[in-house]
Design a protein around this ligand. Structure first.
Ligand SMILES: Cc1cc2nc3c(=O)[nH]c(=O)nc-3n(C[C@H](O)[C@H](O)[C@H](O)COP(=O)(O)OP(=O)(O)OC[C@H]3O[C@@H](n4cnc5c(N)ncnc54)[C@H](O)[C@@H]3O)c2cc1C
Length: 392
């Protein structure tokens, strides 16, 4: 049996970042991950970092490569009615976003943690958490054929939507809020130069499309698709044709095609669990909330939770006071619900929900209003770059 101060379940961005920030504050952690390190490092996911996220990565001393390699975007595009409109994020909100893949964030965190000699356990099977309603929580897992038991002061459930932590809380103690959308996103990653300098979200009668990128030579494109569609039904040529058909003609003409290096379909859902703390178990990131990717909020929300939790734990170990830990759930949920609202709204105006022409006309009217109103655009820009952090 071994002991740590904070046991962290999951080595996604939230688990690794929490471990790094706690380490810098002199707090010992063990990170327990179900998958292999290679699997975790290879996962292709988010790519837009809010300014607050970049700042926390710098504070965590893992921002060096990001500062060198990121693309800073001071705006993004909205495509509709065969035209493209630029939302001037910097001019409207004073802030910008960084394009830097979640894969790279994970790699930087993994390297920093490994260099510091962190205890990271990969390929842990049958992970279970217990005793978090007492002062002595425990984590059990099987690794290399042996059962291990870890005692700790606190457990951070950073194990994503399908993790074990949320499911370990007694039924009835948590309330869940959920909305599944009747479509998914088919994503393609390709080593071709991006069609647009900044991210473009396109509303089209055929369905939503998005032009994104990871670098000046690597593009990430998405199109709305049926949630049950088979990936095999989407050979590259069909994907590129459909993408171009859903973009303003001037943008479609700039799409450079090439073989996909990754292709996947992701369902879209909004999900929140309340509260995000149960005794000494704290739910962090996707373990507590999921948003549709339209607003680029998933990773950023996970990082915002980590900010609140690491500061509260640091205060607890420095002063003995636990009041910031008591307020963890309430503080996080205020931000979470605003991001859930923004992501839901953006999803609603950009996607095709039905064949009803009335619904599409309403979306176009809203986009026309939005792009003609500085007040409306300012609200969108503030939300997109990331809302300010509430006072502790
Ligand atoms: C396919 C996909 C595409 C996405 N695209 C975007 C996007 O374009 N933009 C955006 O903003 N967001 C996107 N997201 C969301 C974003 O990637 C997440 O919000 C982010 O990864 C959350 O980080 P996390 O560390 O909380 O959870 P995760 O990254 O899910 O990490 C959880 C970790 O816990 C591990 N784990 C799970 N169960 C256990 C267990 N029982 N024991 C131990 N370990 C366990 C998992 O293997 C994983 O490593 C996407 C998500 C997915 C799934």
């Amino acid at each position: 049996m071994s002991h740590t101060q904070v046991a962290i379940i999951g080595a996604g961005p939230s688990g690794l970042l929490l471990s790094q920030l706690l380490h810098l504050n002199g707090i010992d952690t063990v990170v327990i991950e179900r998958q292999s390190r290679r699997h975790v490092e290879g996962r292709i996911r988010a790519g837009v970092l809010e300014q607050g996220t970049s700042e926390l990565l710098i504070e965590a001393q893992v921002g060096g490569r990001m500062l060198k390699e990121r693309l800073v975007h001071e705006g993004f595009g909205l495509g509709f009615s065969d035209r493209s409109f630029r939302v001037d994020l910097k001019g409207l909100s004073g802030a910008a976003v960084s394009i830097y893949g979640q894969t790279e964030v994970t790699k930087d965190l993994m390297d920093a943690r490994t260099a510091a000699g962190a205890r990271l356990v990969f390929e842990a099977a049958d992970v279970s958490v217990a005793g978090f309603e007492t002062a002595h929580p425990t984590v059990r897992y099987r690794h290399e054929g042996r059962i291990h038991e870890l005692t700790c002061d606190y457990i951070a459930g950073c194990d994503g939507y399908h993790g074990v932590c949320r499911r370990s809380v007694p039924a009835g103690a948590l309330q869940t809020f959920e909305r599944a959308y009747p479509f998914g996103w088919l994503g393609v990653l390709a080593d071709v130069p991006p069609a647009t300098e900044e991210i473009l979200y396109s509303n089209h009668a055929r369905g939503f499309a998005m032009c994104s990128m990871r670098s000046l030579t690597r593009s990430r494109y998405y199109i709305q698709c049926g949630v049950d569609e088979a990936i095999e039904a989407w050979p590259d040529s069909r994907f590129w044709d459909e993408l171009r058909a859903r973009l303003p003609a001037s943008v479609a003409a700039s799409v450079v095609t090439g073989p996909s290096i990754e292709k996947s379909i992701a369902p879209l859902r909004s999900f929140v669990v309340e509260p995000m703390r149960f005794g000494r178990l704290f739910l962090v990131g996707d373990a507590a909330h999921i948003v549709p990717p339209t607003g680029a909020k998933g990773l950023n929300l996970a990082v915002a939770d980590v900010r609140v939790l690491y500061q509260a734990l640091a205060e607890r170990y420095r002063t003995g006071r636990a009041d910031a830990l008591e307020r963890y759930s309430e503080r996080c949920l205020r931000r979470v619900w605003k991001a859930v609202r923004f992501s839901w709204w953006f999803t609603t105006i950009m996607h095709k929900f039905s064949d009803e022409p009335f619904a599409h006309r309403l979306q176009l009217a809203e986009l026309d209003y939005l792009t003609g109103s500085t007040a409306a655009l300012t609200s969108v820009a503030e939300n997109y770059v990331g809302l300010r952090f509430d006072a502790p």
